[in-house]
Design a protein around this ligand. Structure first.
Ligand SMILES: *Cc1c(COP(=O)(O)O)cnc(C)c1O
Length: 346
């Protein structure tokens, strides 16, 4: 099996992919999202022994996740006369796109399969989006999004593998280095890789020596598995406390796989028990309510999988956990996920 990209020695001579966002695109995105997205605070960790750790609280954004950065930038860059936007998303991206389109007065269609819980359907509808419930899988919902794009002339805005979305997420990298020029390491939750690719490209453009580490759960992490395999691969989706980190990267991935391959310094994987401990540390130690995807950096540090050797930032990406799950973790009760039960740390 050959890799998608040529050997490292040849690659160094490659011209950078013109579709990849660079510093001008990150700066333009920052200008476009100002006033809608918040410049979120970077606060010191309150946990003993974690003085080097700072938390970038992007969970404070409207809709409860950083994804409005990419969605706002994609909407700002629509061609004049665009009829609207369409996506297929079960999670934070759909909500972000509905919100960004609503703000711009542009129609948004969000395609969701029958598997998506009613609460998420109502959340997208409450933001003024047209919600289309179709099929019984993500693939069927995606097929409908593709059909609508074609039939109604809507512009597809995918959740991660898109230059404008990556540029929007990359504004986090600019803010981190501008607000903390001493940062040595940035810890980023990793799923489709739009966030990690954007942050790594933007932060390294300002500070080439900064290390960027992606963190995923140990089961069902498509980008982590793809980077290990050297090409995009499919993984079986399994329930996780970090549900926002599930889903594939697309076997035809255009940008995020190659960008993560080139720009991430390391990828670390954490177990569900470690994510539980991370969520507990966020709640009890930091007094921050966040979803499992946002707890992977704490999970990795507490498990000894990452050592804090200098100023380090952890991206706290979202707060859209079910209140019942937060309550269970605060009470140190077991959490049932599909066929597994995750116990509190001893
Ligand atoms: C989408 C998401 C991520 C991961 O972003 P990718 O660009 O898919 O890697 C992390 N945390 C939260 C809360 C998210 O919604």
């Amino acid at each position: 099996m050959t890799g998608l990209r040529p050997a490292l020695s040849d690659r160094a001579m490659d011209a950078p992919d013109p579709a990849r966002p660079g510093l001008p695109e990150f700066r333009a995105a920052a200008a476009s999202i100002t006033g809608a997205a918040i410049r979120t605070p970077l606060i010191a960790s309150a946990l003993p022994g974690m003085e080097a750790l700072r938390l970038k609280l992007d969970c404070l954004q409207p809709t409860g996740a950083f994804k409005i950065r990419g969605a706002l930038n994609a909407v700002a860059r629509l061609a004049p006369g665009a009829r609207g936007v369409v996506c297929c998303s079960t999670g934070n991206h759909g909500r972000a796109l509905a919100w960004a389109a609503g703000r711009a007065g542009i129609p948004a269609a969000i395609c969701l399969s029958a598997l998506v819980p009613e609460a998420k359907v109502r959340a997208a509808e409450a933001l003024g989006a047209r919600v289309i419930r179709i099929g019984t899988s993500q693939d069927e919902a995606q097929a409908e999004a593709d059909r609508l794009a074609e039939a109604e002339g809507l512009t597809p805005v995918p959740p991660f593998d898109h230059a404008h979305v990556i540029a929007g997420q990359g504004t986090l990298g600019l803010e981190l280095i501008e607000d903390a020029p001493d940062l040595e390491t940035i810890l980023v939750p990793l799923s489709g890789g739009g966030l990690a690719a954007g942050i790594a490209a933007a932060a390294k453009a300002l500070k080439p020596g900064v290390r960027v580490v992606g963190i995923s759960m140990d089961r069902g992490a498509a980008m982590a598995a793809s980077l290990a395999a050297g090409r995009p691969v499919e993984v079986a989706e399994v329930a996780s406390l970090a549900d926002s980190l599930g889903g594939g990267i697309g076997l035809e991935n255009r940008l995020t796989f190659a960008m993560c391959q080139d720009l991430l310094d390391d990828v670390v994987r954490v177990t569900e028990a470690e994510i539980y401990a991370g969520m507990l540390a966020l709640l009890e130690g930091e007094r921050v309510v966040a979803e499992g995807a946002s707890a992977v950096a704490h999970a990795a540090v507490l498990a000894g999988k990452i050592r804090l050797t200098g100023p380090t930032a952890a991206l706290i990406t979202g707060r859209n956990a079910a209140p019942k799950q937060i309550a269970a973790i605060a009470a140190r009760a077991p959490v049932r996920l599909g066929d597994i039960t995750v116990e509190a740390p001893a």
